[in-house]
Design a protein around this ligand. Structure first.
Ligand SMILES: *Cc1c(COP(=O)(O)O)cnc(C)c1O
Length: 250
């Protein structure tokens, strides 16, 4: 089995090749290593290989893992569905919330956003936020993405396209949230080309709504996503291998 470091290097190379193929500037796509249900040692290997952006999909699972990892200076994104009653904890633990899908959730996050990030580290590092490159501030607004549901599957979370313009307006009006972009998870198709129309559609929305970040693309389809304009790819198994832990969440 290849090491996490080897996998990471291979994924980064594939990202840069796709970026070049698409005629986009080098370094224009950020890699989020999705570490849900992965053993602590493998997550640490990624950190030691230089990976700094990670994603988790359950608040409680990350709550248990964060103290064991203790990375200082990492940027953690929540990429799983978030219930309003966990908004406070999520705002404390994560540097970026990618799954805002209702006004109610957005309002709760804004309420608890200021001073967040303290659950893991002293302050938030909004590296995808407007203060990137400047000193991190504990009072910086919380960077968020709105999750969009582009297919009718009943199980998929996310805001419908119909409700999207209104939700975007509402999130923009909240004082403590920094709306950075859109996120989507297309229905699974064995052929990565099946996801391409969804990626193209999210890109159209991001242009229409003037939002810079597009979180789309996973292990099996991130190259197609990059060709369609993705700026954040969320890659789990291609870096860490199959997820073999039971979810640590309740
Ligand atoms: C698990 C997960 C991923 C990563 O999936 P892989 O197929 O392992 O790359 C990406 N995005 C979300 C929202 C996830 O839950």
């Amino acid at each position: 089995m290849l090491s996490v470091g080897d996998n990471l290097e291979a994924v980064l190379e594939r990202i840069e090749r796709a970026v070049a193929r698409a005629g986009r500037p080098a370094g224009s796509v950020k890699l989020l290593a999705i570490s849900k249900k992965q053993p602590i040692e493998r997550i640490r290997e990624a950190w030691e290989a230089g990976q700094r952006r990670f994603g988790e999909n359950h608040v409680q699972e990350f709550e248990r893992k964060a103290p064991l990892l203790g990375f200082s200076g990492a940027e953690w994104h929540l990429v799983g569905h978030l219930q309003s009653n966990k908004a406070r904890r999520a705002a404390e633990l994560f540097q970026v919330i990618e799954t805002v899908d209702s006004e109610r959730l957005a309002r709760r996050l804004s309420e608890f956003a200021v001073g967040g990030g303290a659950g893991v580290q002293a302050c938030r590092f909004p590296q995808i936020g407007p203060t990137a490159g400047q000193e991190a501030s504990p009072t910086a607004p919380l960077p968020v993405l709105v999750e969009v549901k582009l297919s009718p599957e009943p199980t998929k979370a996310g805001c419908s396209e119909q409700d999207l313009p209104r939700l975007i307006e509402a999130v923009r009006a909240l004082p403590n949230l920094d709306l950075r972009g859109l996120m989507t998870m297309p229905p699974f198709t064995a052929d990565p080309e099946g996801a391409r129309p969804y990626f193209a559609r999210l890109r159209e929305w991001s242009l229409r709504l003037n939002l810079p970040e597009l979180s789309m693309g996973m292990s099996h389809d991130f190259e197609a996503a990059i060709e369609e304009g993705s700026t954040i790819v969320r890659v789990g198994t291609a870096i860490f291998g199959e997820r073999n832990l039971e979810s640590l969440s309740d």
